[in-house]
Design a protein around this ligand. Structure first.
Ligand SMILES: Cc1ncc(COP(=O)(O)O)c(C=O)c1O
Length: 394
C-alpha cells in the first residue's frame, strides 16, 4: 500500500533551512527561519526560563496527565497576560495547545463544528501554514489584499474594499494582532478600529493570530488591537503562541481562547474544544506550560521575564535600524523598513535576488524577500548590507 505514496511538497522555508545546514561555507548566514537570535547568533534559553526550570525540577511531584485543556494555573495566567486584568474571564474558554499552530488548528477544528463548509479569510501574503491548517480543518481559504503594489506598506483601502465587497456573514477572518508574518507591516490602531467596525457590520468573526506578543511595541501595547476588537465583537477567537516571547520553541506552548457573548455559552464552547483536542493529541505536554505558569505567577521571575522580552524587542529594533542606516550609507533607501514591527521584514528583494544572495554570498533569505531581522548581528551587518546593495544591482 505504501508504494502509492508520492513525495509531499517540501515546506519552502524549512527546505531552505535544510539547504543552509548542508552549505559548507563558513560565512553562511541564515535569515529565513522565524526564531529570535542574540548578537552572537544563538537562540538562547531565557534566564527566567532556566530559573523556572530549576524550581520545577525541585518541586514537581508528578508527570501524570494534565486536563484536556491544560492546567488551571497556566490558563489563569495566560488569560491575564492576553486579555488583561479587567476582562470577565467567565466569557472565555481557554486551552493550552501545542504551540500557536496547535491553537490555530484546534480553534479551526472547533469552529468547523458550527461552520461546516465555512470560509476563512487570510491576508495575502500570510504565514504559509495558515492556508494548510485552515484547509485541513475543512474550510475554504480565501485571501484579502494586504500589501501595496510596492510591497512596502499596507494596502488598507484594498483590504477593506475586498472584505466589504466579498465578505459574508459567518465568514472567519484571520488577523495578525502584531508583527505581521511575513511582512512586518501592521495596521495602525486607527486602522484597527475601522477593520473591527467593518467586520462587526458584516457579521464576520475575527480570528486573531497572536504569535508575537511583546515583539512589536510591548506586551500590553501589542494586545491593543484585541481590546479594540473586543469593543465591537462579543465573539472572538485568539490563538496565542509562547514560542517566541518565552523562547520555548521546542516545548510547544500556545493557547486557544474562544470568547463568547455571555458566560452561559462558555461551558459548551470549552466542551467542544476538549472534544477537538481529545481525538487529536488527547492532552497537552506538561513541561512548557509549567515553565510559563511558574514564571508568570512568581514575583521575581515575572518582571525578569518581562525585561527579557523588552531586551529581545529592543535588539530586533536596533538591528532593523542598523540595516536601514547601513543601506543608506550604500546609497539605498530602505527607510520603509522603519515602520515594520517584529522579527520579519519584507525587503522588497525579488526571488532572483534572493537566489543570488544564497548562491553568491551564502546569505539565505526567503524568495519573497522576507528576512528575519533577529538573525542579523552587529558582526554580520556590514557584510549583509554590502551583499544586499550588490544584489539590488542584479
Ligand atoms: C504568524 C504565526 N502564527 C503562528 C505561528 C506558530 O507558532 P508556534 O511555533 O508556536 O506553533 C507562527 C510561527 O512562526 C507564526 O509566525
Amino acid at each position: 500500500m505504501f508504494e502509492h505514496f508520492s513525495l509531499a511538497p517540501p515546506d519552502s522555508i524549512l527546505g531552505l533551512n535544510a539547504a543552509f545546514e548542508k552549505d559548507p561555507r563558513a560565512q553562511k548566514l541564515n535569515l529565513t527561519v522565524g526564531v529570535f537570535k542574540d548578537d552572537a547568533g544563538q537562540t538562547p534559553i531565557l534566564e527566567s526560563v532556566q530559573l523556572a526550570q530549576a524550581k520545577i525540577f525541585q518541586q514537581q511531584k508528578t508527570k501524570g496527565y494534565l486536563p484536556i485543556e491544560g492546567g488551571k494555573d497556566f490558563i489563569d495566567q495566560i488569560n491575564r497576560l492576553v486579555l488583561g486584568s479587567e476582562f470577565d474571564y467567565g466569557r472565555v474558554a481557554t486551552a493550552h495547545t501545542p504551540g500557536g499552530t496547535g491553537a490555530l488548528r484546534v480553534g479551526a477544528d472547533t469552529l468547523a463544528k458550527v461552520l461546516p463548509a465555512g470560509r476563512f479569510w487570510v491576508s495575502n501574503p500570510t504565514w504559509a501554514n495558515h492556508n494548510a491548517v485552515f484547509q485541513a480543518a475543512g474550510f475554504e481559504v480565501l485571501s484579502y489584499r494586504y500589501l501595496n503594489a510596492a510591497k512596502t506598506g499596507l494596502d488598507f483601502a484594498g483590504m477593506l474594499e475586498q472584505l466589504s465587497q466579498q465578505g459574508r456573514p459567518g465568514d472567519v477572518v484571520c488577523l495578525h494582532a502584531c508583527c505581521h508574518n511575513p511582512t512586518g507591516i501592521d495596521p495602525t490602531l486607527e486602522q484597527w478600529r475601522e477593520i473591527s467596525d467593518l467586520l462587526a457590520k458584516k457579521k464576520m468573526l475575527p480570528f486573531v493570530d497572536f504569535a508575537y506578543q511583546g515583539f512589536g511595541d510591548g506586551l500590553q501595547e501589542d494586545a491593543k488591537p484585541i481590546s479594540i476588537l473586543m469593543r465591537d465583537h462579543s465573539e472572538l477567537v485568539i490563538c496565542g503562541s509562547l514560542s517566541k516571547n518565552f523562547g520555548l520553541y521546542s516545548e510547544r506552548v500556545g493557547a486557544l481562547m474562544m470568547i463568547s457573548e455571555s458566560p452561559r455559552s462558555t461551558d459548551a464552547v470549552l466542551s467542544q474544544i476538549r472534544s477537538s483536542i481529545r481525538c487529536n493529541y488527547s492532552n497537552p505536554p506538561r513541561h512548557g506550560e509549567a515553565i510559563v505558569a511558574t514564571i508568570l505567577s512568581d514575583a521575581e521571575l515575572a518582571p525578569k521575564w518581562r525585561s527579557e522580552v523588552d531586551q529581545m524587542r529592543s535588539r530586533i529594533h536596533s538591528m532593523r535600524n542598523a540595516l536601514i542606516q547601513g543601506m543608506e550609507a550604500r546609497g539605498k533607501n530602505f527607510g520603509f523598513l522603519a515602520d515594520q514591527k517584529g522579527m520579519f521584514s519584507y525587503t522588497g528583494l525579488n526571488p532572483m535576488q534572493a537566489d543570488w544572495l544564497m548562491n553568491q554570498k551564502g546569505i539565505y533569505i526567503v524568495g519573497t524577500g522576507r528576512i528575519n531581522v533577529a538573525g542579523l548581528t552587529t558582526s554580520s551587518m556590514d557584510r549583509v548590507c554590502d551583499a544586499i546593495a550588490e544584489a539590488c544591482a542584479v
